[in-house]
Design a protein around this ligand. Structure first.
Ligand SMILES: [Zn+2]
Length: 137
């Protein structure tokens, strides 16, 4: 049995034009984290005022993700399931790095560039694969 007590945060695409919420960073946001509402109210703080979303750029997201995971929270990609994506693109090899980056590459050398595409979210990777389907089909 898991003794997991952390929260589950979801990730999704930030809105068009969103920028990273890390102080001092103005880069374009790549990942929006939807933060689960805290049920911890014994500290007397009104958690309804907590920010419910947090946008991060591609440089800050891996650290944000790592600190979230090390705090015992789960991160669920709300844009899709990597297993489903792999099933929809059987001609591609789809995998993720330890940092949470997703990659897809053509299994065989049909693409002139042997392109590997990458993204932080399943939905983003799907969009790229659909765009590149001429190479991957
Ligand atoms: Zn940033």
């Amino acid at each position: 049995m898991s003794t997991h007590t952390g929260l589950t945060n979801h990730t999704t695409d930030p809105p068009e034009g969103a920028t990273c919420n890390i102080k001092g960073c103005c880069a374009v946001a790549q990942v929006r984290m939807i933060i689960a509402p805290s049920r911890f109210d014994a500290d007397g703080v009104d958690h309804s005022q907590d920010p419910s979303t947090f946008d991060t750029c591609e440089w800050h997201w891996p650290a944000m993700r790592a600190s979230c995971l090390s705090s015992g929270h789960r991160i669920v990609d709300a844009t899709g399931d990597i297993g489903e994506l792999a099933a929809d693109f059987p001609q591609c090899s789809i995998f993720s790095s330890d940092a949470g980056r997703l990659y897809a590459s053509a299994r065989i050398g049909r693409s002139p560039q042997r392109a590997t595409v990458h993204a932080w979210l399943v939905g983003q990777l799907r969009t790229q694969l659909e765009r590149a389907s001429a190479c991957y089909g």
